[in-house]
Ligand binder design. Structure first.
Ligand code: HEM
Length: 247
């Protein structure tokens, strides 16, 4: 019996031009795989957040309804979660010392978090103007609005920095340091933005437990804080280990 085996397009490529285009195609395929998986993670996070807010509202108010207001909350929580998750991958890589595969997802999860955060900012003021009228909400909550906008601007800057042409111009070490500190700052700003807006809801939950479930922002902000603490610990240990390694 003979089996038909599809040929590997890059196998036995003696022509360097053909080999180059084969490698290029393979890396483009890998890039799309990473992008699609990051988009799937974003969709999953938004879907989970939506289900959580829906059930919480039913417990809290006895209302079984899903609307854009709840969807916007899940965009906000998913954005913070994805950005914290992308930072967590660096620490996981350091602790497990596994191949650099996990690190490949870091940039794409961060970008997915940025776009979800941008959608949340836009949705809050342009699709929910009766809840958050742009100018009067900003005038009434200058610190919260400023924190959210600053976090979004920093994540946007990081998205530009992640372009390989920018990396080439800045040089590896400076580029890495810039991305790292911009990431920490932006995560802190976003978590404080959420905390400032939801503090009353969180404290009410612990006083009364009347809503059964806390706002989803509470576990997500705690996750972001734990990620940040772990990342800083790993950074300090990494530096110590480097200093001890003989060159
Ligand atoms: C990447 C940047 C951002 C992240 C990660 C983020 C995250 C969050 C989180 C987690 C919440 C709490 C959601 C809830 O449980 O109700 C929230 C609330 C809110 N954010 Fe943001 N945010 C960001 C940027 C912005 C921007 C740029 C604006 C607009 C200036 C904005 C406006 C709001 C508003 C109006 C709320 C209150 C929503 C509600 O109570 O339903 N956010 N944000």
């Amino acid at each position: 019996m003979t089996f038909f085996r599809p040929k590997d397009p890059t196998a036995n490529m003696t022509d360097p031009m053909k080999r180059h285009s084969g490698t290029k195609r393979a890396s483009r395929l890998l890039l799309w795989k990473l992008r699609l998986r990051a988009a799937a993670a974003a969709l999953g996070a938004v879907a989970f957040g939506s289900a959580y807010f829906f059930v919480r509202q039913a417990f809290k108010d006895g209302v079984w309804r899903f609307d854009f207001y709840l969807f916007n909350k899940s965009l906000a929580a998913a954005s913070l979660f994805l950005i914290a998750l992308s930072m967590l991958l660096t620490s996981v890589h350091f602790l497990s010392r596994r191949p650099r595969r996990t690190l490949a997802y870091r940039k794409h999860l961060g970008l997915a978090g940025f776009w979800t955060g941008a959608a949340h900012g836009l949705a809050s003021h342009f699709f929910l103007p009766e809840k958050f009228p742009l100018f009067s909400w900003m005038a009434g909550h200058p610190a919260e609005a400023g924190l959210g906008l600053a976090a979004l601007a920093l994540f946007g800057g990081m998205a530009v920095l992640s372009l390989s042409s920018v990396k080439g111009k800045l040089g590896g070490e400076r580029w890495r340091r810039l991305l790292r500190w911009a990431g920490y700052a932006a995560l802190v700003l976003a978590a404080v933005h959420a905390g400032a807006l939801k503090w009353t809801s969180w404290t009410k939950y612990f006083r009364t437990f009347s809503s059964v479930l806390p706002s989803f922002s509470l576990p997500v902000v705690l996750f972001a804080a734990a990620t940040l603490i772990l990342r800083l610990t790993v950074l300090v240990f990494g530096r110590r280990r480097k200093a001890r390694t003989p060159s």
